[in-house]
Design a protein around this ligand. Structure first.
Ligand code: FES
Length: 131
């Protein structure tokens, strides 16, 4: 019988088993929440924004999903922390996959969840500060 973890590389397993950014944040400036309609997985991203510099000073996530979704979420946070909102918006599936050194082909869609959730959180924040 095939071990289902064989399909994930070491980098993916590291972020899946010991995610640095996992958990709920107290008093975030904004929360982004996305559900993947294909598999039902849900991700939430919490952001604290430095209002002067417009940089993400803290970020956390909670993902109810597969190993690839959790690893992608953690990498997304690593990529986004310290970036301006403008730069963070440019983090895409390709950058997440590069940082993870790839995912099995049937798991490629899982990296999109993080990208979408971060963008949603930034959009929500921008709406909040405009209104
Ligand atoms: S199977 Fe749903 S995000 Fe991975």
């Amino acid at each position: 019988m095939q071990n289902k973890f064989e399909q994930y590389n070491k980098e993916v397993m590291k972020h899946f088993l010991k995610p640095k950014y996992s958990g709920k944040m107290k008093n975030p400036d904004v929360i982004g929440r996305i559900k993947n309609n294909m598999c039902g997985d849900i991700m939430e991203v919490y952001l604290k924004i430095d209002k002067k510099t417009n940089k993400i000073k803290d970020i956390k996530f909670q993902t109810m999903g597969c190993a690839a979704a959790i690893a992608s979420s953690d990498v997304l946070c690593e990529l986004a922390k310290g970036k301006t909102l403008q730069k963070a918006k440019k983090i895409d599936k390709k950058k997440i996959l590069e940082k993870l050194r790839g995912l099995p082909s049937i798991k490629m869609h899982c990296s999109v969840l993080g990208e979408k959730t971060l963008k949603k959180a930034i959009e929500e924040y921008e709406k909040k500060i405009i209104s």
